[in-house]
Design a binder for this molecule. Structure first.
Ligand code: FAD
Length: 347
């Protein structure tokens, strides 16, 4: 991804027009559109006043049908839902998805193609951009105009304003935490956008390329999604073992929170790497972020600095995490966590 995003921007006479028409790549699971896709719609709408936003879904079976129905009314800005229904898209593999985007863009209809900066978006969008021979702009946190964007660099220590001067389509991945879904749009009853089937007859025969499906693991449905949870409880190397990390999970359960981890905790094998928060993990911005035994390395801070309230517990008073914490407690997590678990009432 980095290699692709660092490709020089193409200069071309085909500049982005004032009005925009945007294709948003939709992620869905169990018949519902994911919240980060709705954030991508929010971002797409801010590209221009009269932007028409189409959502592209791919998959097969009943779950796709249910997701398409949800997509049609998930946000008032969605003007059309395109559905690619085929066994070729049974699993969210990047190669066929990239070919699908290339096929759809052959008509040159879209000025912008947007996806969330999730594992899915980071996998699909740069591949599709390579097939379309344009340079993607990744991790956008602010849209100044239909061709000017702000993205973090140096692990979030600097912000870079990027002007896109390439040919259509301008392809973006957006940080969903920077494009929150306004509560009014989540609650409002909007008109259902029309749903149309995508004609797949011209899809490249070699749609799978060299990839092959091996397996799919889904996050524990009982727990909130780390990327969109209101409360996140994170454990670091200070937990010392996978066994001890269960304390963090127990506390998260009591708080109805998602569990996060530092890379050191992941590398030590305490938890799987999909829980990693940071520059090379998930970017989170919950209402409340609790960090236990986390030193506060810049690569970790890059993934959680936008949290509304940060609480840190560390036995080292000089730990850098205290520089970003709203509330800090210098103490031993092995005393603090059990006390919190004991004192917080059952939900
Ligand atoms: P440590 O730095 O070892 O800190 C452990 C802390 O626990 C210490 O501050 C210690 O005082 C405290 N502690 C120990 N025992 C107790 C106790 N009993 N009670 C209370 N406190 C205690 N890291 C990420 O997290 N996410 C990333 O995405 C990420 N990406 C990276 C990308 C690159 C290219 C590189 C080079 C590094 C990346 N890292 C990332 C790693 C990062 O630099 C740090 O090494 C890592 O965040 C440290 O994790 P930690 O805070 O758990 O461990």
């Amino acid at each position: 991804l980095n290699a692709l995003s660092k490709r020089p921007l193409h200069f071309s006479t085909t500049l982005i027009s004032r009005s925009a028409s945007t294709l948003v790549l939709a992620e869905h699971e169990n018949g519902s559109i994911k919240a980060q896709t709705v954030s991508a719609v929010v971002a797409a709408k801010s590209l221009s006043e009269d932007n028409s936003v189409s959502l592209l879904l791919a998959g097969s079976g009943q779950s796709l049908k249910d997701a398409a129905k949800h997509a049609a009314s998930c946000h008032p800005s969605v003007s059309q839902v395109l559905v690619a229904d085929s066994d070729k898209f049974k699993y969210p593999i990047a190669e066929p998805w990239a070919k699908l985007v290339q096929m759809i863009q052959q008509s040159g209809e879209y000025s912008h193609i947007v996806s969330a900066s999730s594992s899915f978006g980071k996998n699909v969008l740069p591949r599709a951009a390579a097939l379309l021979d344009v340079s993607p702009i990744t991790d956008v946190i602010e849209i100044s105009s239909s061709s000017q964007f702000v993205r973090p660099i140096y692990a979030g220590n600097a912000l870079c304003t990027v002007r896109y001067t390439g040919a259509n389509p301008c392809m973006l991945t957006i940080r969903s935490t920077s494009f929150p879904i306004p509560p009014s749009s989540a609650d409002s009853k909007c008109n259902e956008a029309p749903i149309s089937e995508v004609d797949l007859s011209t899809l490249d025969e070699d749609y799978l390329g060299k990839s092959r499906y091996v397996g799919h693991t889904s996050q524990d449905a009982e727990r909130p999604d780390l990327g969109s949870a209101r409360v996140v409880v994170t454990g670091g190397r200070g937990l010392k073992s996978a066994e001890n990390f269960k304390m963090v999970e127990k506390l998260a359960e009591k708080l109805g929170a998602a569990v996060g981890a530092t890379r050191a905790a992941v590398d030590a094998g305490f938890v799987p790497n999909d829980l990693q928060v940071g520059q090379t993990g998930k970017i989170v911005a919950p209402e409340l972020y609790l960090a236990f035994g986390v030193s506060g390395a810049i690569q970790h801070i890059a993934g959680m600095r936008d949290s509304k309230v940060i609480v840190a517990v560390n036995r080292d008073a000089d730990a850098p995490i205290f520089q970003v914490a709203d509330y800090g407690l210098v103490g031993d997590l092995f005393e603090v966590i059990p006390e919190l678990i004991e004192k917080i009432p059952e939900k």
